[in-house]
Design a protein around this ligand. Structure first.
Ligand code: ATP
Ligand code: MG
Length: 423
């Protein structure tokens, strides 16, 4: 223990548990790479305004959860609370929208929100995200949803459910908004929520409190107000998903916390995480580009939470396929052996074998203890006499069997033992 600990609402990724995080990130990224998405990375902070305009002045993210700071130069910056606004900002700045469309991008990184910390809700967390810019095609909405569902499935998760809704567009949403406001104004709600009715009434549907939810029975629903074009679009998304074998639940009250969503909106939930259930979410955000000063640019995307997906794996008792741990552990006896085995370890690593070494001049007994602890299958042991004979001792740590192997044959012998050809 030092004088310091990880800040409230944060935690460190420590081996061996950290391997699960890498496995989840990789599982989320692999389907995207196969589908032609290019990797994008943006700064960890942006101008505050990008988020207040791009995420929405009335959202919890902007009003309560943003980490903001003023630099010595007087710039007002915020640690990024989400990825979409930054990715769109970067794409517009690089003029990607003037090239071939659609532009497909994916990202992976850390995000920061000043939240009340609890299991599955942190102040620093990780997302993998994907965005498609410059095309309005239900096949893209469907593609993204399929890629996310495939990512969860490739991890072996069976408890992830997909909730789906349409939020309408400029055509039909205003009329629905007014109808919803009329309904909400008649309810018994607190001061804050009443204010929300005027600014962002759809978000009231998202209120988690039982007393509010009870009153929402009978609220007008977007699905009964969709214009023909939105209805047709949504129907196509649903058909494409069904065709791909993706099951989903229509959730007419699913609205998500951000202002810029239009049409398709979806959330992936898992019921094994306690009070939090959203493991990922996204949707179409055709209005965002103009909101941050760009041209009209239809877009659709999602962000999947890495932390909560790891929790889902643990809830389902799944250990993801991990990269190989140490396979060979070298224990030298004496200075000459130390040099020879260090060279062999380097050679083994270059040949693709995960090899480690008894550093710190441990001696035989402690060296073998480290070998056992490393989980390696084989130990390499060598002293003066072995070296004089041009051999090292190869010990199978499971059976205890030990035999001398010539230095020149060692890499081949180990590769044959560790990676037998399928017969
Ligand atoms: P919630 O309703 O749980 O607050 P959200 O709507 O704020 O979620 P999004 O902004 O859609 O979440 O982010 C996408 C995903 O990122 C979420 O589904 C979740 O898995 C993850 N996520 C969001 N906030 C946090 C957090 N504070 N800690 C850990 N994961 C988070
Ligand atoms: Mg949130």
């Amino acid at each position: 223990m030092s004088t310091f600990s990880a800040p409230r609402g944060t935690y460190d990724l420590i081996p061996p548990d950290s391997a699960d995080f890498l496995a989840v990130r990789e599982a989320m990224a692999a389907p995207l790479r196969r589908a032609g998405y290019g990797y994008i990375e943006t700064p960890g902070f942006e101008q505050v305004e990008l988020f207040s305009r791009g995420v929405g002045e009335s959202t919890d993210i902007v009003t309560k959860e943003m980490y903001t700071l003023t630099t010595k130069g007087g710039d007002r910056l915020a640690l990024r609370p989400e990825g979409t606004a930054s990715v769109l900002r970067a794409a517009l700045e690089a003029n990607l929208h003037r090239g071939a469309l659609p532009v497909k991008l994916w990202y992976s990184g850390s995000y920061y929100r000043y939240e009340r910390p609890q299991a599955g809700r942190y102040r620093h967390f990780s997302q993998v995200g994907a965005e498609v810019l410059g095309a309005e095609d239900p096949a893209l909405d469907a593609e993204l949803i399929i890629l996310a569902a495939d990512a969860y499935a490739s991890l072996g998760l069976t408890g992830v459910r997909l909730l789906l809704n349409s939020l309408g567009d400029r055509e039909c949403r205003p009329g629905y908004r007014t109808a919803l406001q009329d309904f909400l104004r008649g309810l018994d709600l607190d001061e804050d929520t009443r204010r929300r009715i005027e600014v962002n009434p759809l978000r009231v549907l998202d209120d988690k409190r039982e007393a509010v939810q009870r009153q929402l029975t009978g609220a007008p629903l977007m699905r009964d107000h969709l214009c023909e074009a939105c209805k047709e679009y949504h129907e196509q998304v649903r058909e494409l998903l069904t065709g791909a074998g993706i099951t989903f639940e229509d959730d007419p009250k699913l609205v998500r916390g951000l202002d810029y969503y239009t049409r398709t909106t979806f959330e992936f939930v898992h019921d094994g995480l306690g009070s939090q259930s959203a493991v990922g979410g996204g949707g179409r955000y055709d209005g965002l580009s103009e909101m941050i000063g760009g041209p009209a640019l239809p877009a659709v995307g999602w962000a999947l939470g890495v932390d909560r997906t790891v929790l889902a794996l643990r809830a389902e008792k799944i250990a993801p396929d991990l990269p190989r741990g140490t396979e060979v552990f070298a224990v030298p006896l004496g200075e000459d052996a130390r040099r020879a085995l260090f060279a062999l370890v380097t050679e083994l690593r270059r040949a693709g074998v995960a090899a480690d070494f008894a550093y710190g001049g441990k001696g035989m007994k402690n060296g073998m203890k480290s070998a056992d602890r490393s989980g390696a299958r084989f130990a390499l042991v060598a002293g003066e006499r072995d070296l004089a004979e041009g051999t090292v001792q190869l010990k199978d740590l499971a059976s205890g069997e030990q035999s001398p192997v010539g230095l020149g044959a060692l890499v081949g012998t180990l590769l044959a033992a560790l990676r037998p050809e399928p017969s």
